[in-house]
Design a protein around this ligand. Structure first.
Ligand code: FAD
Length: 435
C-alpha cells in the first residue's frame, strides 16, 4: 500500500505555498571561478558569499533547486550538535570542543541575523522549543543540561516540571521537559526560495536539472562533466549532502542517506490548536528515534516527523507509524485526516558533526545529520570564506573528512537493522521510565 492511501498528498505541505520549480534554461558557461554542486541551503549560501566577494559562480543541481532536503524539512532551527560536551573533549580536546560549542551559538545567531538583515520572507518565529522527557531520570538529566546551557552560554533555557507541562503542550505523555528559547521555526521552502532569490540577484548562475557526472583535475582547475556539457572551475565546492550519488564514490562511502518523513494534519479548529500547542513552540523528545513536531506557520495544523525505515518506493507503513505516534501524544487527533506525508534524505555519518574539508583539491560542505536549517547555510558560507582564503573566519567544523564506513558503497543495507536496535533501546528506556 502507498502512503497516498493514508494521506491526501505525498508531496511536502511546504510546496503548497512555495513550490520548487526549474529555473529558465540557459547554456552552460565554459568556465567559472567556482563551480558548486548542489543548490540546497549550503550550495546557495556559499554561492551568495562568493559572488558578493566578486567571484563568478555557477551552481549545478540535478533536480530543481531546493528539491533535496532544503524544501522538505521541519523548519526547526535546532542547530543540534549531536555529540555531548564530554565526548567532544574526548575526541577533539578541550579547546576544539569549546570552539565547536561556541560556534553552535554563533551559527544560530548568524542565521537569525541573516533572515532579518536580508529581509527573507520565510515565516520565521523565535517561538522556543519544548523537549519532552519520557521518564523522571531523563527529566532530571535534561533539567541539569538546561541549567548548564543558561550558565555557560547564556542561552535562556529552563526545566518544566510535569505539573506545569500542559501550559506548554497538551499532552500527559512526558514526565516534564525543558525549554530553549533560542530555537524557533520557519517555513523551509520559503526560506530556500528567498535564499535562491538573493543568490540569483548577487549574480550567481544556477542550473536546475543538470547532474554532475564526474569531476577531474586539469592544469587550470577542475573539469566538471554534466548532463548539459562541460564546465571548468578554478575551484569546486560539493554540497550534495543526503543526495550525494555515484558521481563521487569517495563521498558516498562516507555519507549515509537516511529517510526522514513528515506528516501534516488537515486544518484543526483554533480551540483544539490552542489546547494542544498553547505556546506554538517547536517540539522534540528524549528518545533515540524521537519525533519532532510543530504547528504550521499559520497555526492551523500539526506537522510531525520522524525516521522512516523504508529504503525505496513510498510505502504506507511509515505514514501509519507517524500517525499512530501523533495519536499517542494527542488522543484528540484519533479521527483527524492526514493531508500530506512526504520524506527526504538526511546525511548521517560516523563522526556526527557537520563538516568542511578538502579531498584531492575539492572542497566539501556537508554531513548535517538531520540538522541543516542552521548548519547548512552557516557551513556553506564558512566554506565560501575558506575558498576566498579568509583564515580569520575559519570554522571549528573545518577539519579532516569524516571516516568511511567499512563494506559500504552507498547502499545503506544496515539501516533497517540499526533502526530495529534504536527502537528496542527506546522501548527499554520507556519501560524503565514507566516502572
Ligand atoms: C524530512 C526532513 C526533516 C528535516 N527537519 C529538519 C529540521 O526541522 N531542522 C533542521 O535543522 N534540519 C532538518 N532537516 C535537515 C535539513 O533539511 C538538511 O540538513 C539541509 O536541508 C541540507 O541542506 P544541503 O544544502 O546540504 O542539502 P540539500 O538541500 O539536500 O541539497 C543537496 C542538493 O544536491 C543535489 N545533488 C546531489 N548530487 C548531485 C549531482 N551529482 N549533480 C548535481 N546536483 C546534485 C541534489 O539534487 C540536492 O538538491 C530535515 C531533513 C528532512 C529530509
Amino acid at each position: 500500500m502507498q502512503s497516498s492511501r493514508i494521506a491526501e498528498k505525498s508531496t511536502p505541505y511546504w510546496w503548497e505555498a512555495a513550490p520548487v520549480q526549474p529555473l529558465p534554461e540557459q547554456p552552460l558557461a565554459k568556465q567559472a571561478d567556482v563551480v558548486i554542486v548542489g543548490a540546497g541551503y549550503a550550495g546557495l549560501t556559499a554561492g551568495l558569499t562568493l559572488a558578493r566577494a566578486g567571484r563568478s559562480v555557477v551552481v549545478l543541481d540535478k533536480m530543481n533547486p531546493g528539491e533535496g532536503a532544503s524544501s522538505r524539512n521541519g523548519g526547526i532551527t535546532s542547530g543540534n550538535i549531536r555529540l555531548g560536551y564530554a565526548e567532544l573533549v574526548r575526541k577533539y580536546g578541550e579547546d576544539h570542543a569549546n570552539a565547536i560549542e561556541a560556534e553552535g551559538k554563533a551559527a544560530r545567531e548568524f542565521i537569525y541575523d541573516f533572515i532579518r538583515s536580508e529581509g527573507l520572507d520565510c515565516d520565521f518565529n523565535l517561538t522556543g522549543r519544548f523537549y519532552g522527557a519520557i521518564g523522571k531520570e531523563q527529566y532530571e538529566t535534561m533539567a541539569r543540561g538546561a541549567e548548564k546551557l543558561q550558565r555557560t552560554l547564556g542561552i535562556e533555557s529552563y526545566a518544566v516540571p510535569h505539573a506545569e507541562q500542559r501550559q506548554y503542550l497538551g499532552t500527559d505523555y512526558y514526565r516534564g521537559g525543558t525549554v530553549r528559547m533560542d530555537i524557533g521555526g520557519l517555513h523551509p521552502a520559503k526560506y530556500h526560495a528567498e535564499i535562491l532569490r538573493i543568490t540569483l540577484a548577487a549574480g550567481v548562475t544556477v542550473h536546475s536539472n543538470t547532474a554532475v557526472k564526474s569531476i577531474t583535475k586539469d592544469a587550470t582547475g577542475f573539469r566538471v562533466e554534466t548532463t548539459a556539457g562541460t564546465i571548468t572551475g578554478r575551484q569546486v565546492l560539493i554540497c550534495t549532502n543526503g543526495y550525494a550519488d555515484g558521481a563521487d564514490p569517495w563521498l558516498r562511502r562516507r555519507l549515509v542517506p537516511v529517510r526522514s518523513r513528515i506528516i501534516a494534519t488537515e486544518e484543526l479548529p483554533p480551540e483544539l490548536m490552542m489546547k494542544l500547542m498553547p505556546r506554538k513552540m517547536m517540539c522534540g523528545e528524549s528518545k533515540v528515534l524521537g519525533y519532532y513536531y510543530r504547528p504550521s506557520p499559520d497555526g492551523k495544523r500539526i506537522l510531525l516527523g520522524g525516521r522512516d525505515a523504508s529504503q525505496s518506493g513510498d510505502p504506507a507503513a511509515p505514514t501509519v507509524a507517524l500517525r499512530d505516534g501523533l495519536i499517542n501524544l494527542f488522543p484528540e487527533l484519533a479521527d483527524v485526516k492526514i493531508s500530506h506525508s512526504w520524506f527526504g534524505n538526511v546525511a548521517m555519518h560516523r563522526d556526527m558533526l557537520p563538516r568542511i574539508f578538502e579531498h584531492e583539491g575539492l572542497t566539501y560542505a556537508t554531513g548535517f545529520c538531520g540538522s541543516g536549517v542552521v548548519w547548512a547555510p552557516w557551513i556553506g558560507s564558512r566554506a565560501a570564506h575558506k575558498l576566498l582564503g579568509d583564515d580569520q573566519r575559519k570554522s571549528a567544523f573545518d577539519f579532516r573528512p569524516m571516516s568511511s564506513i567499512p563494506f559500504y558503497a552507498g547502499q545503506p543495507y544496515f539501516m533497517p537493522a540499526f533502526i530495529q536496535v534504536y527502537r528496542l533501546q527506546d522501548r527499554i528506556a520507556l519501560a524503565r521510565a514507566t516502572r
